[in-house]
Design a binder for this molecule. Structure first.
Ligand code: ATP
Length: 568
């Protein structure tokens, strides 16, 4: 075989297309590698054999006989459809043989499908370029512009139709699109100076079958100053937001833990261990107890012991919020939902407590219509702002407290039974102070320390005698009353640093006073002295004001201060 012929066969062999060559008698003289593969044949079996015997489906003999120059058709071979294009080989008008190019039809169908998809994609791309608000350019693998979006052209102040087909370096200042094509490496958010503006450009190479076929460039911001201004604005807002978040956290945290609940009695020990267990669950908790027994302290402690400890703790005093504001306080409202509604609306306490605990104090004071709404929230775990048609999910644990007899209220139709059941999943009933008098000494000493620190008054102790009196009293106002009495005593201390019975009000020390009854004059003088001291405390030492309160003249007040040796 001549060298030219070998080259030619090598070339044909490398084609991904079947090639069959027959001489003028229809004898197979060549079938290339791809052809053998498509037809699943062996070269030895076919070479120099008559095509009519080996490949009758190709009808090479009849093609030669018919003296046709060119024919394209499909045929069936081993159950696959083959597409064939035949041509005669001529030399000075005489037929020397014929060749056939062939392939599986399915391959062409795939090409056609791909082609259709490419047309569709190109159409899509064109539409994007026509309608986008972004500055986008698409270049081919040589760096020539194929597409340029309208905003980009406007920014560059060029006619975009005129630049299509031009090399990107001729059109866009400081471009690196051609480099991206070469390196195949994306460049994200790089600064590019165009027409004196610093822009942020992103360039992405497009790969097909592992080869770069082009690149897309996008200008993210027209001008970096715009971005800087935006960034400054965002970071300012972010700082403000964090400040508010911190403030919100500071205000809405549970300050007290179980350690802040001072006690020595067995009943309180039991309650504390119950609290620990209850806190770990996610159930609603009802805290019952007379006023001043420490219900709020327990609510704080439960939150702090629970898995929600890092979430907000929001307290709502149901009895202190005016009836008409309760719903908006609890659930919030949308902007413009009623006259006087704040701009931007308002988030309610339930939303504020999302991920944490809401403490509904004085739940017994909740009006009936709100009881219905609260029940719905507890059932569905969803809230609906006033003026909103959509409900919002909230993840809140409810701790409710009251000093009222809820069961009695239920039987009187003042409190909904279903709500009572929902709230009363776990109950913590705090005994009144009179039923746990063992707590009084330790509590008194703790409270004295707390008050003396707060008031900056030195107090060393509470005398045993005083404690005796304190233990004898029944404390209808519970720990809060004890705290008030001790605060009052501290203010009456004068030079003393130990709280003695004389620093307590008569209603407490008077209990066992029968044996020691003083004269009427002495008693009246004691009352007069204390009243003067109280008026002076109230008026912050302002004697004119104190005299007015007491309804006596200033001179008379001065005389009495001197008489009773009151140290202002
Ligand atoms: N065991 C205790 N240890 C320390 N301080 C206590 C204890 N019990 C109550 N106090 C204090 O007594 C005061 C009243 O407590 P708290 O407000 O928790 O009572 P309450 O039952 O929620 O009252 P109310 O029903 O009036 O809302 C608070 O100053 C609290 O710190």
């Amino acid at each position: 075989m001549s060298e030219n012929k070998i080259d030619l066969y090598n070339l044909i062999n490398s084609l991904s297309l079947g090639v069959l060559i027959v001489d003028k008698y229809g004898k197979i003289i060549y079938l290339n590698c791809e052809g053998l593969k498509i037809l699943d044949l062996n070269e030895i079996k076919v070479l120099n054999k008559n095509a009519i015997d080996i490949l009758p489906e190709f009808k090479m003999e009849s093609f030669l006989k018919d003296n046709r120059k060119h024919k394209a058709h499909t045929l069936k071979y081993n159950n696959s459809d083959i597409i064939v294009v035949k041509k005669t080989i001529t030399n000075n008008d005489s037929i020397e043989g014929a060749y056939a190019f062939f392939h599986r039809l399915s391959i062409y169908k795939k090409f056609i499908r791909q082609f259709d998809t490419e047309i569709e994609t190109a159409h899509l791309l064109k539409t994007i370029m026509e309608t986008t608000n972004d500055a986008i350019v698409y270049v081919n693998k040589e760096g020539y512009i194929e597409m340029l979006s309208k905003p980009y052209a406007e920014f560059l102040m060029i006619d975009r139709h005129k630049v299509i087909g031009k090399h990107v370096t001729e059109v866009i200042e400081n471009t690196r699109m051609h480099t991206v094509i070469k390196t195949g490496i994306s460049e994200i958010a790089e600064i590019q100076q165009i027409k004196g503006n610093k822009m942020i450009a992103t360039r992405i190479p497009i790969f097909v079958n592992g080869k770069v076929v082009g690149a897309v460039g996008k200008v993210l911001f027209r001008d970096i100053d715009e971005l800087n201004a935006l960034y400054k604005k965002i970071s300012k807002i972010e700082k403000e937001l964090n400040l508010y978040k911190d403030e919100f956290k500071k205000v809405n945290i549970a300050k007290y833990s179980l350690d802040n609940i001072i006690s020595k009695s067995k009943s309180m020990d039991y309650l504390k261990s119950l609290t620990k267990r209850a806190a770990k669950t996610n159930s609603n908790i009802l805290i019952l107890g007379e006023s001043g027994t420490g219900k709020e302290l327990f609510a704080h402690a439960i939150h702090n012991l629970s898995e929600r400890a890092n979430g907000p703790f929001i307290k709502v005093n149901c009895g202190a919020i005016p009836y008409e504001l309760l719903e908006s306080e609890l659930f919030g409202y949308e902007e413009g939902s009623f006259t006087g509604a704040a701009k931007g609306g308002k988030i309610g306490k339930f939303k504020a407590a999302d991920g944490g605990t809401i403490f509904l104090d004085e739940i017994g004071d909740l009006p009936m219509n709100m009881q219905v709404k609260l029940l719905r929230v507890l059932q569905d775990k969803e809230i609906e702002k006033i003026g909103s048609t959509e409900s919002e999910e909230v993840d809140v644990r409810v701790i409710a407290a009251t000093n009222r007899d809820l069961e009695k209220m239920v039987s009187e139709g003042m409190f909904r039974l279903d709500l009572y059941y929902r709230l009363n999943v776990l109950t913590i009933k705090i005994p009144p102070l009179k039923d746990r008098k063992d707590d009084i000494p330790i509590l008194s000493r703790h409270l004295v320390q707390k008050i003396s620190k707060r008031e900056n008054i030195l107090v060393n102790d509470v005398s045993d005698k005083t404690l005796e009196y304190l233990k004898r009293y029944d404390w209808p106002g519970n720990v809060r009353e004890l705290e008030n009495i001790l605060e009052r005593a501290i203010n009456f201390l004068d030079e003393d640093t130990i709280i003695k019975p004389e620093h307590l009000p008569p209603r407490i020390t008077g209990i066992k006073k029968e044996k020691n009854i003083r004269s009427l004059k002495q008693t009246l003088e004691e009352i007069e002295r204390q009243t003067i001291i109280e008026s002076l405390i109230f008026s912050n030492g302002n004697k004119t004001k104190a005299a007015n309160i007491l309804d006596i003249s200033r001179t008379s007040l001065y005389e009495k201060i001197a008489k009773y040796n009151i140290n202002i």
